[in-house]
Design a protein around this ligand. Structure first.
Ligand SMILES: Nc1ncnc2c1ncn2[C@@H]1O[C@H](COP(=O)(O)OP(=O)(O)OP(=O)(O)O)[C@@H](O)[C@H]1O
Length: 258
């Protein structure tokens, strides 16, 4: 792996909440220009990892470099280079979609005329032009993801982090998101997104990091991690298929027990 240029690299990343170790020494690697998937079962530590990597949550230990820059040492530089679509995205609800983009652009110090031009392009490609003057509070889940992604892309970041970007998004909107992201990585930028949907990760990603119980249990090019199996099979093998030991407690469930 010596010749990989890394967009993201963590070493020994660590986070505890009380007694619980959420992230227990993670060495995450994301090569530059990759479309990378971060997968893992519920509670594996994906959101906690992404929150630390994007400077939203302070780690208890470890190092994070994005584009070779220490995230927690040079936050202003890092924030200009990354875009983030966090889980449970909070947006300024009382702005319209267009106003939200304009506000984000101005916060980033982009000249107003440039912001307007970029915003129009993003609204168009996200199929949000008609809804551009509607308040964000009235947007559907999919529309919120799309305007959130537009806001995250407006300053043309080098690395884009997306936490569950396709959750609650219909197939048509998901397709739009995929097209935008593929165009973005084709130009050499990097995307890392977390997901539970293995088929999607398998279809989109060329690099996969698998987390389980706060650790990276496999990481590398998709083909290496899959090792000739479907990603879903590989994933179940890596994280351990649950043995169904709790089934007896559900003997009441279903028609035969009535
Ligand atoms: N703020 C918090 N306070 C206490 N525990 C937390 C907090 N955030 C996360 N955890 C715990 O840390 C562990 C990892 O959570 P995290 O949200 O990072 O997992 P995840 O892989 O993103 O899960 P999911 O796929 O369900 O979103 C979980 O056991 C969770 O309960």
């Amino acid at each position: 792996m010596a010749d990989i240029v890394e967009a993201v690299r963590t070493q020994g990343l660590f986070k505890r909440f009380g007694q619980q170790t959420a992230v227990g020494g993670v060495d995450l690697i994301v090569p530059q220009g990759s479309f990378a998937g971060l997968v893992g079962p519920n509670g594996a530590g994906k959101t906690t990892t992404l929150s630390m990597v994007t400077g939203l949550l302070r780690p208890d230990g470890g190092l994070i470099h994005i584009d070779g820059v220490d995230v927690w040492r040079d936050q202003v530089v890092i924030k200009s280079r990354i875009g983030v679509l966090p889980e449970g995205l909070r947006l300024f609800e009382r702005l319209s979609g267009r106003e939200l983009l304009s506000y984000n652009g101005q916060l980033r110090g982009i000249p107003r005329a440039e912001v307007e031009q970029r915003a129009e392009g993003l609204l168009k490609i996200m199929d949000l032009t008609e809804a551009a003057d509607k308040l964000v509070i009235d947007y559907s889940t999919g529309m919120r993801k799309k305007i959130g992604l537009a806001a995250a892309l407006l300053h043309n970041p080098k690395v884009l982090f997306l936490d569950e970007p396709f959750e609650g998004v219909d197939p048509v909107s998901a397709n739009t998101l995929v097209e935008v992201l593929q165009r973005y990585t084709a130009s050499g930028s990097t995307v890392i997104f977390s997901s539970h949907v293995m088929e999607l990760v398998e279809r989109l990603c060329d690099w996969v990091s698998v987390m389980n119980r706060g650790q990276i249990v496999a990481q590398g090019p998709l083909e290496t991690v899959r090792a000739g199996r479907s990603l879903n099979e590989a994933f179940l093998g890596l994280v351990g298929v649950r043995d169904g030991g709790g089934e007896e407690g559900l003997s009441w469930l279903g028609a035969t027990s009535r």
